[in-house]
Design a binder for this molecule. Structure first.
Ligand code: C2E
Ligand code: MG
Ligand code: MG
Ligand code: MG
Length: 274
């Protein structure tokens, strides 16, 4: 069994990803094999209610263990999957995996909480995507309220009308939509009003400065706006109880971060379910 040095492998994978198209081809082939051999899988990170700190959901996060190499950074292999077009297949597989997990927990009589699945902008472009998701819920006999989709802002900005139509179709089927990494990149506050959303996830970069005065003021402002627009707010990347208290005070409804649990395998995640 190969030794695992996650940090250095991430650097190596990143470097090889940037080296050029022949390495990209290698990475693509490796990812294809990884998908086929089930070395790509989901971990689940808890989300808690800000007031009670009780479990109210999970975010599903993709992991790829490359035999002989180690864990590959999700940002690297998701980007590679997007570049090579593999993302459609991978995205569907991960969505199916989350639904299957949810169905298993339900069948085992566990107190189920919604699972949030990350969706690539490229998946959202596909006109069949809403149908695909709704069909999958039916296949696993899941209530749509048990699934949230997380989309990043860049996805929405590029093709606003199409994105809105797609999100409306998903929401009319009962699926909740969260905007991910809010406050980074080309954030625009008007996006919160223009997109059919349920939840705003405030990026870790805006949570890190808590409980500092200026940082708190920014989070408060986002929470106030979200409240007016009828959106729930999740603070991402909460690492300390001090930050948790400040985020709650600022108006965040839900908290997620290492303070409450790292992404974990389903066997560990199920221990958190009643
Ligand atoms: P994201 O969706 O914003 O996920 C949150 C990231 O923050 C995750 O990184 C998570 O492990 C990390 N995180 C959570 N709490 C903390 C904390 O307290 N401290 C720190 N330092 N980090 C924390 P991860 O798993 O490496 O994923 C990175 C990104 O890759 C995700 O950001 C998402 O954009 C993308 N990604 C991951 N899985 C998928 C997937 O299944 N599909 C797609 N399309 N993208 C995915
Ligand atoms: Mg996310
Ligand atoms: Mg995020
Ligand atoms: Mg992120």
């Amino acid at each position: 069994v190969a030794k695992r040095h996650p940090g250095s492998n991430i650097v190596r994978a990143q470097a090889s990803f940037e080296q050029g198209s022949s390495d990209m081809l290698t990475l693509e082939q490796a990812l294809r094999a990884g998908i086929r051999e089930r070395h790509v899988y989901l971990c689940y990170q808890p989300k808690v209610d800000a007031a009670s700190q009780r479990l109210i959901g999970f975010e599903a996060l993709a992991r790829w263990h490359r035999p002989g190499i180690g864990m590959v950074n999700p940002q690297v292999f998701i980007a590679a999957a997007e570049t090579t077009g593999l993302i459609a297949e991978l995205g569907t597989l991960l969505l199916r995996s989350a639904c299957q997990q949810q169905a298993r927990w339900l069948a085992a009589g566990k107190a189920c909480v919604p699972i949030a699945v990350n969706v690539s902008p490229l998946q959202l472009l596909n006109p069949q995507f809403p149908r695909l998701v709704l069909d999958m819920l039916q296949e696993f006999q899941l209530a749509p309220g048990l699934l949230t989709l997380e989309i990043t802002e860049s996805a929405a900005v590029e093709n606003l009308d199409h994105t809105c139509a797609q999100l409306r179709e998903l929401r009319s089927g009962g699926i909740r939509i969260a905007i991910d990494d809010f406050g980074t990149g080309f954030s625009s506050l008007s996006m919160l009003r223009n997109l059919p959303l349920d939840t705003v996830k405030i990026d870790k970069a805006l949570i890190d400065p808590l409980p500092g005065r200026e940082g708190t003021a920014i989070v408060e402002a986002i929470c106030k706006l979200a409240t007016v627009l009828g959106l729930a707010v999740v603070a991402e990347g909460v690492e300390t109880q001090e930050q948790a208290a400040a985020a709650r005070q600022a108006g965040c409804d839900e908290l997620q971060g290492y303070c409450f649990g790292k992404p974990m395998n389903p066997d560990d995640a199920v221990q958190l379910l009643g």
